[in-house]
Design a protein around this ligand. Structure first.
Ligand code: X2X
Length: 337
């Protein structure tokens, strides 16, 4: 070994010893490496806005909060991800209030069939008293729900066997519903044959004909390519659905208050942008899905709503949620039952 090389090696060794305390200080400046998991394809507006949001948070906190996104059920089904959120295996998770109701029963009230006539009434309720009521109930389960719920959308029924034009078409119809008591109850009241399946399994359940149909907003029917395994799409608008952006409470409390403020601001801002994206997507998607071969029909929602009323659906769920919560819902949408 020549002298020059030895000198270089010695210098390098000295430098790395000196660098140790420095490296430690740097590591302390980036202690919050958090995971955010969700069930949607990367092309869905939720993941597009979430990526921008994570980038903005990283930039504004100078790398102190680094959120890694795990889309598309990479970490498991909604049921798995909910347990991971509770144990701290993931720090953030977006979940439909209706599925969260398996843990926090009050959280499904926003999904009562045909409750919301339009987006104006949705945001009035969810950004107002009804949303605040739900977030309080979620907090009791040691989970923090951020202020602004993200949009999933108004749900439509798809099928591989026939269009759903009237309530009679749902009789005995084998339909996948998410894992949630309200969903099962509603489709039973419509006399369908619902099966609870996590979204992670929906494409293959449709492909292998374990079920004949499912229901989801157009943005999901499109981005999850459900049109490849479904022929008919009935614009039933039978319920509105949204995703609460949830945080593990212990992980959230580890963030210093000034970082919490930054994270919350970006998460809520991303939700507002995502809502606009989904609304815009849904207006153009009927045409696009038709060009992909789907047959789209427009059933009359009144007939389905009457069927739910006759079956005692509204009375049953009003009793479950209680008069107070039901009154909060009716204040935004008018009398339901
Ligand atoms: O599971 C579904 O159908 C989905 C993707 O819409 C929800 O997360 C509720």
């Amino acid at each position: 070994m020549n002298i020059q090389r030895r000198t270089v090696l010695r210098t390098a060794a000295a430098a790395s010893t000196l660098a140790l305390p420095l490296r430690h200080a740097f590591a302390q400046k980036k202690p919050y490496s958090y995971k955010y998991a969700n069930n949607l394809p990367v092309t869905h507006p939720m993941n597009i806005r979430a990526k921008e949001m994570a980038d903005a948070i990283r930039a504004e906190t100078q790398g102190q909060v680094d959120i890694q996104i795990f889309p598309n059920n990479q970490l498991g089904s909604d049921t798995d991800m909910l347990s991971q959120l509770r144990s701290g295996g993931v720090e953030f998770f977006t979940l439909s209030g209706l599925i969260l109701a398996t843990l926090v029963p009050a959280a499904s009230i926003s999904g009562v069939g045909f409750a919301f006539p339009d987006y104006a009434s949705v945001w009035k309720a969810m950004d107002g008293e009804l949303g605040a009521h739900i977030r309080q109930q979620i907090a009791k389960a040691n989970i923090l729900a951020m202020d602004r719920i993200w949009d999933n959308g108004f749900r439509q029924i798809t099928s591989s066997s026939k269009p759903i034009a009237a309530p009679a078409d749902l009789k005995g119809f084998k339909v996948r519903v998410p894992v949630s008591p309200l969903w099962t109850s509603m489709f039973k009241a419509l006399e369908a044959a619902p099966t609870s399946i996590n979204f992670a399994e929906v494409y293959s359940a449709l492909q292998t004909k374990i079920v004949d149909g499912q229901e989801n907003p157009l943005a999901i029917i499109s981005t999850a390519k459900l049109y490849e395994v479904q022929k008919y799409c009935s614009m039933s608008n039978h319920m509105w659905d949204g995703f609460w952006f949830l945080a593990n409470k212990r992980a959230w409390d580890r963030l210093p208050p000034e970082l919490q403020v930054i994270v919350a601001r970006h998460v809520n801002a991303a939700a507002i942008k995502e809502r606009a994206d989904v609304a815009e997507l849904n207006t153009g998607l009927q045409k696009e899905l038709a060009t992909k071969g789907m047959q789209i029909n427009q059933p009359d929602p009144a007939a389905f709503r009457d069927q739910l009323r006759k079956a005692g659906f509204y009375a049953e769920w009003k009793a479950k949620y209680g008069d107070e919560a039901w009154a909060l819902l009716e204040r935004s949408v008018g009398k339901l039952a």
